[in-house]
Design a binder for this molecule. Structure first.
Ligand SMILES: *[C@@H]1O[C@H](CO)[C@@H](O)[C@H](O)[C@H]1NC(C)=O
Ligand SMILES: *[C@@H]1O[C@H](CO)[C@@H](O)[C@H](O)[C@H]1NC(C)=O
Length: 153
């Protein structure tokens, strides 16, 4: 090998090492939670920082995707993060009002405000929903986006 190809060879090795790191520490995977109680809900992408969550630290959620069947309204829709323990007892709720309307079929990307978490148990359930409340509220149909995960089980 001449010097140039040795350099390339080393570069490739270090690139593949860098790429391998995220695989060791997988991001939390969310599942679809439409159906069941939420028959209008479509699956949404959720990522969070930090991931996994850390007790008493700040967290920001990033909720994104494209809803096929529902508009996200700027006057009353909101994103709600629900953190519950293994028994379903609420630990924390984070609400972020939607300020930019998004039509069905358009990509959206909503970040929640920075929020300080309380103490988090080893096992918890995390559900993120987009709600477009009707009057009177109807949870079965008002939830238009949903993603959920169970951590530590
Ligand atoms: C939000 O706007 C829509 C249409 O623009 C309207 O039908 C609805 O009543 C409004 N909701 C509130 C809470 O103002
Ligand atoms: C979000 O909207 C609700 C209902 O309109 C309101 O009570 C609440 O203060 C709003 N929150 C923020 C952070 O603007």
């Amino acid at each position: 090998m001449n010097q140039k190809s040795i350099f390339l060879f080393i570069l490739l090795i270090s690139l593949s090492a860098t790429n391998a790191i995220p695989l060791e520490k997988r991001a939390t995977q969310f599942q679809d939670c439409r159906g069941g109680n939420f028959r209008n809900a479509e699956f949404i992408d959720v990522s969070m920082s930090p991931d996994p969550l850390v007790s008493n630290q700040n967290v920001i959620f990033d909720v994104s995707g494209t809803l096929k069947n529902n508009d996200i309204k700027d006057n009353n829709s909101f994103v709600r993060v629900q953190l519950d323990d293994a028994d379903g007892t609420p630990i924390d709720r984070i609400r972020t009002n939607v300020t930019t309307a998004i039509k069905a079929g358009q990509k959206f990307d909503i970040k929640t405000q920075q929020h300080t978490l309380p103490d988090i148990p080893d096992k918890y359930q995390l559900t993120v929903i987009i709600v477009n409340p009707s009057d009177p509220p109807n949870p079965a149909t008002d939830v238009i986006g949903c993603a959920t995960t169970r951590v530590g089980f």
